[in-house]
Write a protein that binds this ligand. Structure first.
Ligand code: 73E
Length: 827
């Protein structure tokens, strides 16, 4: 019996492989217009994508038809960022045809790995927030939830990074210069949106006052659809990204009046809206184009949602709140709230209260950060200029909020009104997008337990007093399909054998592995896989940087955007301490370590760029210093991005999660690294706290001040000089940065870091956590010497982090916020 079913399965696989092979060749001929004899890897890759798309589109049509027929309630995820990375291997894995494709290509004389490298990363995001959106839409499809992702079709994604003499250089990222095989243009669903102009007050025949917006500019939004394939035969949902174009209608006018050049200029300006992704960490306030980007995609998306709704329900708005839920990925799309009000009140002529009731049924808001500089505020003057009608609507939302909520609760308390007003008073009036989002949403969530608590206690305490049930937590997660199955095939295969092959959709199953954590055979297998992954990465490092590293060394990995609060410079101070100990004691006994960094700094963030420069200069010195005898290597990987993360994460022994407590809302790299068996060196911040709960105190190296201790230290008056003067090693390291030791002939080139930590007051408490960080690292060093002990801890990390699948996050959202039902797709 077993034999025949195995034989049947093998036959089916053979047929699938044959069919795929035929389809690839067919597309090589008829889609790519080339031949097997002369096709480049690029052409083979595109032909394979086209072959894969035959299956993707089947799923897409089935999904769309089923959703339409069943008139399902759907989630609409509004995000300015989607950090998709590459789609090739994920689509193959999720369709369940990766092995067939690999085999088919092998029979055609091709290595699937070579083809995978042909794809440009789709880097339409900055970091965690954008990657979270990408994991979420994949989980939504996998779990069969009706959902659409909405965003911007940026012509240029996050800049490409290279180093010149150790300094970051940015180049534009033209990811779709030669076209992207995964996207479908949908000219039939173009939208037009308005900006600028003025508002006129008119009275209709009944004497009713009405507001008429006379726009100054019309812009066309062209949708590009990217099918999102769920794992294992589930739904194929859509990510719809809007590209801006000059409106035909508008240009015709200008053209007729003889202004050809003006028309061309307007064209360029309209097309600029989706030209480039803003790198974060810069103050966007006052950046008119950024506000227009936000409005552009929100307006296009809302109109798209309404068009679809009306196809079913005509002008009957009574079901809208039941059919539509919109998740705002941070405040970036918050302008959707006044835009929906405008559509309902001005266009659909609905009474304010009815319109507001719909809004409050529809919107939910996720907060991703407490950093004051990242809390969006728009100068009121700018808002008024770009969106003259929306600012009026915001005034009205605010007026009612202050009168009906704040005044009722705190009568006569003007200080409360000032604090809670959506409009911030001051030298320049500002629109507070966070306040608008809380007022306009039915749920507000943070992204890890501690963060959600801080959102309530530190950011919006009065809003919590007004609406205690509005606030909730949904801890972030990552998709195990990309972040284990696809990126770490060796470990995935071991897991299939040990816990069964359903772990990709049931990650808690990994817990079975814990039973074997002490088993020497499993330990050997697990660590042999880590070793092979490290050897692969060592080859990649050599290729990218020409630096040779020993795969037997401990691989210590810090990969995330560069920011002071993430404290890459704390990591650097540790490296300098070890280096100095080696110079002082040539026999200094330490486990050889390779310190790996991957990080982009926002182009306008000076100190972040200085930190990159310092790491590169220190790396250069240490890597070439014979006295070090390879005990330390430091590598800053250029152009960190999703596809590079996929190579680094499976090879990591240690995961650096060292933010100042209270500053990292959640983190998601921490989850990916632990899942792949890295041991975290981390502070009690963000999701690290929950990771520590899951893996247990013995399997993580926690250090540093807690959130409460950080608060107390700030309050008691933190003086970083105390740490500098009281710790001779720390003092020597910081003073070192002022010499020309790492920058021969150019003393003082690395002094910016020291300055920020001393004169600058050390805002992120690097010096306060230094000693405890070094102690944690010492512990890791000791652990690593005991191979069995380390293997056990690594295995227990993989076994224990099932909670952090994005499937769980999605189920939490469904239960706490979205109230969706899964929808089985009919073939
Ligand atoms: O802790 C991360 C979190 O894991 C947080 O810093 C990040 O979001 C991740 C996902 O929840 C984040 N990114 C931004 N704010 N928080 C942000 C802000 C402005 C522009 C772009 C991104």
């Amino acid at each position: 019996m077993k034999k025949t079913s195995t034989a049947k399965a093998a036959n089916a696989a053979n047929t699938a492989t044959e069919q795929l092979k035929e389809s690839i060749i067919k597309h090589l001929h008829s889609t790519l217009g080339t031949d097997v004899n002369k096709a480049s890897h690029q052409a083979w890759w595109r032909a394979t994508c086209a072959a894969v798309n035959e299956q993707v589109y089947d799923g897409l049509r089935n999904t769309q038809r089923t959703h339409y027929e069943q008139d399902t309630r759907a989630l609409h995820y509004f995000s300015l960022e989607y950090l998709m990375g590459r789609m090739f291997s994920n689509n193959l894995h999720n369709l369940g045809i990766y092995q067939n494709a690999k085999q088919a290509l092998a029979e055609l004389g091709l290595d699937i790995a070579d083809l995978e490298q042909q794809e440009e990363d789709m880097a339409l995001g900055n970091g965690g927030l954008g990657r979270l959106a990408a994991c979420f839409i994949e989980s939504l499809a996998t779990l069969n939830y009706p959902a659409v992702g909405y965003g911007i079709h940026y012509e240029n994604g996050l800049f490409q990074q290279s180093f010149q003499d150790g300094r970051q250089i940015e180049r534009p990222d033209s990811w779709r210069e030669y076209g992207n095989p995964w996207e479908i243009c949908r000219p039939e669903s173009v939208q037009e949106i308005a900006v600028y102009g003025y508002v006129e007050t008119v009275f209709d025949l009944q004497g009713q006052m009405k507001k008429v917006w006379h726009p100054g500019r019309i812009i066309k939004g062209v949708p590009w659809d990217i099918p999102i394939v769920g794992y294992d035969g589930s739904a194929v949902n859509v990510l719809r990204l809007w590209e801006s174009r000059a409106s035909d209608f508008f240009n015709w006018d200008v053209f007729n009046s003889g202004g050809y050049i003006d028309a061309a200029r307007e064209n360029v300006e309209a097309e600029n809206i989706s030209k480039v992704l803003y790198p974060n960490d810069e103050t966007d306030a006052g950046k008119e184009l950024r506000l227009i980007q936000q409005y552009f995609f929100c307006s296009c998306s809302l109109k798209d949602i309404i068009r679809r709704y009306k196809r079913r329900h005509g002008d009957d708005w009574s079901h809208f709140g039941k059919q539509v839920v919109i998740q705002l990925n941070d405040t970036h799309p918050a302008v959707a709230i006044p835009e929906l009000m405008r559509i309902l009140v001005d266009r659909a002529e609905m009474a304010w209260d009815d319109a507001w009731a719909i809004c409050q049924q529809v919107f939910a808001y996720t907060n991703h950060t407490l950093l004051p500089e990242a809390l969006e505020k728009w100068p009121l003057r700018l808002f008024e200029k770009v969106l003259p009608r929306h600012i009026e609507i915001i005034y009205e939302i605010n007026r009612r909020f202050l009168l009906e909520q704040v005044e009722m609760r705190w009568p006569g308390d003007d200080a409360k009104k000032r604090k809670l007003s959506i409009i911030e008073e001051g030298h320049e009036q500002m629109v507070r997008m966070g306040h608008l989002s809380v007022v306009g949403s039915f749920k507000v969530n943070g992204v890890a337990e501690i963060h959600s608590k801080l959102v309530k206690s530190d950011l919006f305490p009065e809003m919590v007093a007004l609406w205690p049930d509005k606030f909730t937590n949904v801890t972030n997660g990552v998709t195990p399909r990309r972040w284990l199955k696809a990126c770490n095939p060796r470990l995935a295969t071991l897991l299939d054998a040990k816990v069964g092959d359903d772990w990709p959709t049931d990650l808690k199953k990994l817990h079975k592995l814990a039973d074997f954590a002490k088993d020497p055979a499993l330990q050997d297998n697990f660590m042999a896989i880590k070793q092979q992954n490290k050897a692969d990465l060592a080859r990649e490092i050599k290729k990218l940087t020409r630096i040779e590293v020993d795969p037997a060394a401990l691989f210590d990995v810090q990969i995330k955007r560069l920011h002071e609060y993430k404290r890459q410079h704390l990591n650097l101070l540790h490296i300098l301490a070890l280096y100095r100990r080696i110079l002082q004691n040539p026999d200094y006994d330490m486990v050889p370590r390779v310190f790996l960094f991957g990080a982009k700094a926002a182009p306008g963030y000076k100190l972040a760029k200085e930190i990159i420069y310092a790491i590169n200069k220190v790396a250069d010195k240490i890597n070439h210093d014979k006295r070090v005898k390879n005990r330390i290597k430091v590598v800053f990987m250029p152009n960190y991005r999703v596809s590079l993360a996929e190579k680094m994460i499976p090879a990591a022994d240690v995961s650096e999660q060292i933010s100042t407590a209270g500053k990292e809302a959640s983190g998601t790299g921490n989850m990916k690294l632990a899942l792949n068996g890295a041991i975290t060196v981390g502070t009690l911040d963000g999701a690290n706290i929950e990771i520590a709960e899951e893996v247990g105190a013995d399997n993580i190296a926690i250090f540093g001040l807690t959130v409460d201790e950080v608060k107390a230290l700030y309050e008691s008056g933190y003086n970083s000089y105390d740490y500098y003067h009281n710790n001779p090693e720390l003092k020597a390291i910081l003073d070192w940065l002022e010499t020309d030791y790492f920058t021969p002939g150019k003393p003082g080139e690395l002094v910016a870091i020291k300055r920020s930590l001393l004169e600058g007051g050390d805002p992120y408490l690097v010096l306060a956590d230094f000693e405890s960080y070094l102690a944690a690292q010492q512990k890791v060093d000791t652990w690593y010497r005991d191979k069995a002990l380390w293997a056990e801890k690594a295995i227990l990390n993989t076994a224990s982090v099932g909670k952090f699948t994005s499937d769980r996050s999605i189920e939490d959202y469904v239960e706490r916020v979205w109230q969706l039902k899964p929808c089985r797709i009919k073939n």
